[in-house]
Design a protein around this ligand. Structure first.
Ligand code: GLU
Length: 486
């Protein structure tokens, strides 16, 4: 359909989805969805040396987990297939040959040795090509072809003048043509280079918006010269700012492993929720019109617009991601949270028969990363060693004298309790404080220390009693009393 927005996510299967790649995918998806467009997945696997087994599955899994559903792609097909570059291999050469016929490209027969020798010279030490084969006489070309000398096809770049284009984020960009190399379009093995394939693919797939990292900005004039050579319409370019990380000295540098996890799967393993990652990444380089921070994917699909994308580098802040994660966790029902927390809860309690829904409910409000869970509730599985001084707490008005008195009273009241429910436990402890004429905390604090061996716990004495059950609770209180020689 003419005029319809079509974006594409074109990952190379490297086996790893960096958050930068995921952000590109997300923005492509959002640009398409916000304009009722089509989001295409294309696998760019022509760089056979970089091929990694199972890497395509990483791409599918990530997109699925992140909720970025493509409308066309290798697995679901579409009108513009095939969607895997290696399956399109035969499509590219005729385009390159057309350029040769029109004098816009040429065959280069230079041997590896010659190119290596060129690198040895000062002028080409940094790379580049001296255009040796650019104007070979046709008899020589025919002779070399007849001899079967391998060749590449290179683009004939203009030698002077300049190329200007407009990027939707970075504005107008001009590059002198003298800086553009006669780049290779088709390699000796017959495969296209990325630089050639992306132009042919984007055009033949009807892509209207090309979204990618700003590291591609400097290559864009080359792509545009190709579009112009074919007389094709140049797509809208949306280059995205770099993602940086904060170094120990507060300076920033390109986000890398030393800043923390940079892969989507690694972040999930660390206990972040896909929804929180997507929400956070959406804001890494894009600013909504109001100050809203929490967005579901559906809301992003409505709110996203290209003019909100910033060109200044975005800093990946792990604390902020954790805050988002905590907000997503808090917004769940306890049942939903129990479902995702369960593997982590079981990691801590093993086969001990504790109520995981109750554990989830005391964890939910204080969990910002799922991986915090095992450590936080480890005391339910086994009472850790603790020291007597932990019973002393100013705020609860407890000390080494009144703590054993409280423990004894709690123990004796609880031994007679048959209805071991949250409400009954609550009433019993509150009434006990009234009876003893002390603050609630004076009763609760020593009980909690004896029950958990910790000064900081999810839930208080009542919740811990409820989850541990009568037998285990009494044993732990008894153990506390023993510390006082009682
Ligand atoms: N295959 C390229 C990459 O993974 C895609 C770049 C582009 O979006 O054009 O970096």
């Amino acid at each position: 359909m003419a005029g319809k927005v079509r974006t594409r996510y074109a990952p190379s299967p490297t086996g790893f989805m960096h958050v930068g790649n995921l952000r590109t995918a997300l923005y492509e998806y959002l640009i398409a969805k916000s304009q009722d467009g089509t989001f295409v997945l294309r696998i760019e696997d022509t760089d056979q040396e970089r091929y990694v087994e199972g890497a395509v599955d990483v791409i599918y899994n990530t997109l699925r987990t992140a909720g970025l559903k493509h409308d066309e792609g290798p697995d679901i097909g579409g009108e513009y297939g095939p969607y895997v570059q290696s399956e399109r291999k035969d499509m590219y050469r005729p385009f390159a040959e057309k350029l040769i016929e029109e004098g816009k490209a040429y065959r280069c027969f230079c041997s590896k040795e010659r190119l290596e020798a060129l690198r040895e010279t000062k002028e080409y030490a940094q790379g580049g090509y001296d255009r040796h084969c650019r104007d070979l006489p046709s008899e020589e070309i025919n002779k070399l072809l007849a001899e079967g000398v391998p060749y590449v096809i290179r683009q004939k770049m203009p030698i002077d003048g300049e190329t200007t284009f407009t990027d939707a984020v970075y504005g107008e960009i001009t590059a002198p043509n003298s800086e553009l190399q006669d780049q290779i379009l088709i390699k000796t093995d017959g495969y296209p280079t990325y630089n050639f394939a992306n132009v042919i693919d984007d055009h033949t797939m009807g892509i209207t918006h090309v979204v990618r990292g700003c590291e591609y900005l400097s290559s864009t004039p080359k792509y545009n010269l190709l579009y112009d050579s074919f007389g094709w319409e140049i797509p809208t370019y949306v280059h995205l700012p770099l993602i940086m990380g904060k170094d120990a000295d507060d300076k920033i540098s390109k986000l890398s492993k030393r800043h923390g996890s940079t892969g989507f799967e690694d972040l999930i393993k660390e206990g972040y929720l896909p929804e929180a990652i997507i929400n956070y990444i959406a804001l890494l380089g894009w600013c909504p019109k109001d100050n809203q921070e929490i967005f579901t994917l559906k809301e992003l699909e409505k709110a996203f617009s290209i003019d909100g994308i910033s060109k200044s580098p975005a800093v990946f802040d792990y604390n902020k991601l954790e805050w988002f994660n905590g907000e997503y966790i808090k917004a769940m029902t306890t049942e939903q949270f129990e479902k995702i927390a369960k593997p982590y809860i079981l990691q801590a309690i093993g086969d001990k028969p504790l109520d995981t829904l109750k554990l989830a409910s005391i964890l939910q409000q204080r969990t910002t990363k799922l991986t915090q869970i095992p450590e936080t509730i480890g005391f339910f599985a086994q009472l850790p060693e603790y020291t007597k001084d932990m019973f002393v707490n100013k705020k609860s008005k407890t000390n080494l004298e009144n703590s054993p008195v409280m423990l004894k009273a709690v123990y004796s009241e609880l031994s007679g309790l048959d209805d071991w429910s949250h409400d009954a436990l609550h009433d019993l402890l509150i009434n006990l404080a009234v009876k003893l004429g002390v603050k609630n905390g004076t009763v609760m604090w020593p009980a909690r220390i004896a029950l958990s061996g910790k000064t900081v716990t999810p839930g208080g004495a009542i919740e811990i009693l409820d989850i541990l059950g009568k037998e285990e609770s009494l044993a732990r209180l008894e153990n506390g009393l023993k510390m006082f020689g009682e």
